[in-house]
Design a protein around this ligand. Sequence first.
Ligand SMILES: [Zn+2]
Ligand SMILES: [Zn+2]
Length: 458
Amino acid sequence: MQIINLNPDTDIGATSWFVEIEGHRLLMDAGVHPKREGRESLPLYDVVRNEELDAIAISHCHHDHVGSLPVALRYFPQAHVLMTELSYFLVERVLHNSVNVMKRQRDELGIKEYPLFSHDEVDDLAPLFQGFRYNREVDWASFEKTRAGSASPTLEFYDAGHALGSAGMMIRGQKEKLFFTGDVCFHDQTLLKTARFENVKADVLIMETTRGMRELPPGFTRESEIERLSQSIHRVLERKGSILIPTFALGRTQEILALFAIMMGQGKLKKQPIYIGGLGRVFTEIYDLESHRTNRQHPDLQLREALNLIVLEQGQAEKMKLGGGRLFVITAGMMSENTAAHNLGLRMIGDPDQAIFFVGYTDPDTPGGRLKAAKHGETFILSGSGGQVTRLCEIEEFDLTAHANRNELLDLVTQVEPRTVLLSHGDGPARNWFEEQIRARHPNIKVIQPKPGERIQV
Ligand SMILES: [Zn+2]
Ligand SMILES: [Zn+2]
């Protein structure tokens, strides 16, 4: 089979893989690069523009995996679009939100190419989307080809435990199998349960490497991390400071809200309103509605009933009083510019009473990453619009990741027994760590770090 990494960057960026297997062609994911702007943020669709694509399959609804789907469909208007049933409930909301964000960026940052697609386009494309249950094999080759007598390869989604609807994907041809992990989590989170990849075996494995540089400290448990978070929240609320937890709207937000709901239920946290963003509210509603269809803990916990959630209005983050101890769980996770988390954080950074708590991956080259790295009292440039700031607020990091730990991914390689592993979705040092470890443990496995746009025969 042939594989092309269409991510324009070698690090975490716009995930998109072109796969040709036994004469059939598939795109896996259609993301946008979180740190690039305009057309630069797109996967290298031009590289495969002349290919006859049968289908596009989506691993999950985070922007780095689905944010350019309408653009991909301009290149391949005939393609079927396959995703999990749970992603199917989310995808249109995610894409419409992208249009809104891009429009705002066009107005505020003057990026003329934005929006890269329109609300009407999203509405027109929606009938192409198909949702499937986990662990069901579906044919994905185009009707014409299968009618001509060539058997279709199949696709099966495996629950990846990372965010609602997230999946690893098994592509089965007549002779060969490819497995793509997508973003995966091998431990139970507060809501979502661990990935279910138990029986996966494949000839080729494409694997995420987000936490390749992260070694868990001895004795680390998620429970002790949650306890530490709980104590830190107490400490800040006691001095009447407010707490900002910058999060992605899908996944992180609901996991943190669930934690708060449980803490409040146990009397560990005083009942009080929690401020969230509009998109966070939409996804929280879908988490609630689909709770019994999801492989999760606390299926009866309805976040909107258990908590007093207040949606921040446009511009409110810039104005509202921060004294008196408020809780904010708002986007964006890396505090990118023009988001509520950025604008609120900007007001909190210089105030020793306030606290900003990070609970997920933060790229070092983002406002959130720079803030996390800043020492107390250090002056640094937060962002273009935020300018120079001096950090006096409390900053803490809690490891409540939704990504697999590196040893768990090494165990996955052992289990899958591939002949080739392609490393992706991680910084250079993280990918290198995996390459070395896999080579040492499995000298017969070929390890590849695919360059953007390079056609690889595996
Ligand atoms: Zn993700
Ligand atoms: Zn991702």
